[in-house]
Design a protein around this ligand. Structure first.
Ligand SMILES: Cc1cc2nc3c(=O)[nH]c(=O)nc-3n(C[C@H](O)[C@H](O)[C@H](O)COP(=O)(O)OP(=O)(O)OC[C@H]3O[C@@H](n4cnc5c(N)ncnc54)[C@H](O)[C@@H]3O)c2cc1C
Length: 201
């Protein structure tokens, strides 16, 4: 398997229709088809036969990016939940003062902080040009799942309003969902982490 850089105007390269996605509506996602494309030898990216390794290396870095995207969405969800929990009153006090809601905010804050540290560790290793495959997968699986939990809890804190388009949490809940899927699913991250663990001395 080899990787190539293909110019967008290459005959045989076609861009399919935009996918109608549940979230990330501001970003387009399209299928690409390559049929009988003729490309010059210097379009080879990396060495011949090393394509899988090139792709995996790109994914390792990308996973830190998606983990960071998830952390951002999770933090926005926590901000929305905290603000709503201060504002909305039931049974004579702001809902955040009911332990059942306050604890959800506390768990979310803690998990997102843990996600931030895992992301920073992977990014520091990458910057230092040290191996970071395992660390990127750990950051990705943890941050994206923590962010999904953050959105789930935040929508719950909003009550019925959370299920309407009036509050930002509705969009955040749709946007966050894909983060455990693209750049390698959660299952694939766990596979990478387990393989590293089993192969280590
Ligand atoms: C919005 C969006 C943007 C995207 N952008 C890009 C892009 O820019 N470039 C690009 O190349 N791709 C892109 N993708 C594709 C994305 O990376 C894949 O959808 C993702 O990697 C999962 O692959 P799949 O859809 O083929 O699922 P499948 O591989 O069919 O997996 C289906 C299910 O089976 C599980 N599974 C599969 N294999 C195993 C296994 N060995 N062990 C346990 N469980 C397993 C998966 O975890 C998943 O739950 C994008 C997808 C989306 C939704």
């Amino acid at each position: 398997m080899s990787t190539f850089l293909v110019e967008a105007d290459t005959p045989g390269l076609t861009v399919g229709r935009h996918e109608d996605k549940m979230g990330l509506r501001g970003s387009s996602t399209v299928p690409l088809a390559f049929e009988e494309c003729r490309i010059p030898a210097n379009a080879l990216l990396g060495k011949e036969g090393q394509g899988f390794s090139v792709a995996m290396t790109a994914l390792d870095g990308g996973r830190i990016g998606i983990a960071s995207q998830a952390l951002g969405i999770g933090l926005a969800a926590l901000r929305e939940a905290t603000s709503y929990a201060r504002e909305r009153k039931t049974f004579g006090k702001p809902i955040g003062m009911h332990q059942g809601i306050g604890f959800q905010l506390a768990d979310t804050d803690t998990e997102l902080e843990a996600a931030r540290l895992l992301i920073l560790r992977a990014a520091l290793l990458k910057e230092a040009k040290k191996p970071f495959t395992q660390e990127a997968s750990m950051a990705k699986v943890y941050a994206t799942e923590a962010a999904n939990r953050a959105c789930y809890r935040s929508l719950q804190v909003h009550g019925g309003y959370g299920y309407t388009k009036e509050y930002a949490i509705e969009r955040l809940s749709r946007d966050v969902r894909v983060t455990t899927i693209y750049e390698g699913t959660s299952e694939i991250q766990r596979l990478v982490i387990a393989r590293g663990l089993l192969q280590a001395g």
